[in-house]
Design a protein around this ligand. Sequence first.
Ligand code: IPM
Ligand code: MG
Length: 358
Amino acid sequence: MRTYRIAAIPGDGIGTEVIDAGVEVLNACAGREGTFAIAFDHFDWGSARYKRTGAFMPDDGREQIKGHDAILFGSAGVPDVPDHVTLWGLRLAICQPFDQYANVRPTRILPGITSPLRAVSGPELDWVIVRENSEGEYSGVGGRVHRGLPEEVATDVSMFTRTGVERIMRFAFDLARSRPRKLLTVVTKSNAQRHGMVLWDEIAAEVARGYPDVSWDKMLVDAMTMRMTLRPQTIDTVVATNLHADILSDLAAALAGSLGIAPTANLNPERRFPSMFEPIHGSAFDIMGKGIANPVGTFWSGVMMLEHLGEPAAAARLMRAIERVTADPSLHTPDLGGRATTADVTAAVCRALAADNL
Ligand code: IPM
Ligand code: MG
């Protein structure tokens, strides 16, 4: 029997609570299938370690996890460490060297969950946002000079490379092609940003020639926010830069009912390095330790992990279990307006996985 080795990195805040829940559910899922097992190795990397030792992860951290089949990540961030230090010290320190350049963010309104969009129900909002995850506005290029003086200058340079744009564009066209509607929207801001974003437009048109069966259109990011709210049914697959897709995916999660349910895959499509799966909510210090974090974002990320590992039947069954649970409002956590706890939702998903009729 195949055993997948997964590196679990809970991180900070509610990350530890949802990763515990995710490990429990993924083990239950493997148990139900009976055809594979999952062995989790736990890594205590995060802000507590940073405060103790000055580093979020050990010097050879990436060496320790580069042979794993996948990484399950919780969240990183505490109120007394600047957010950019945390981001660059842990999450980006894994994503960028492991070349996880494709960040995939599906959004759907799950059964039992109400969208804040009045007229929209389940099938009308079924999107996947593909976020460029290796460069753009998160390239880290820039600097500050003359600190504290009136002439202080700070720059953040967005880097767009032909290689980087072309590979994410191909990934997005492939993904759009694999979905029933074969529909892709390429988001830029090429009216205002006349270099990098124009390169995106040009490469989109070039790559599109290889996908005559995919319909595609272009949208400026500001107009895209309107289309997402007013005409959600016209959207299927979306590709956008690192920052634009970061913003659009929060909007997407909110429109689907809660940030608490939204999953992510940080993929290295060539599989030279492990890919990383995580809920998109942050560490949410306001609710940490209360046991009320919504674990659904982590469970759904687990579904994406199983798909990536090549276990589509297990992935589909886990998704059915999640949907069976969200369909019952008494199992909604407070972010969905309910009163259930993380433990209630986790136990319910494990029960659903054990049911004969799933
Ligand atoms: C996300 C998050 C992160 C990002 C934060 C936590 C740095 O918002 O995954 O969407 O901006 O990439
Ligand atoms: Mg974000």
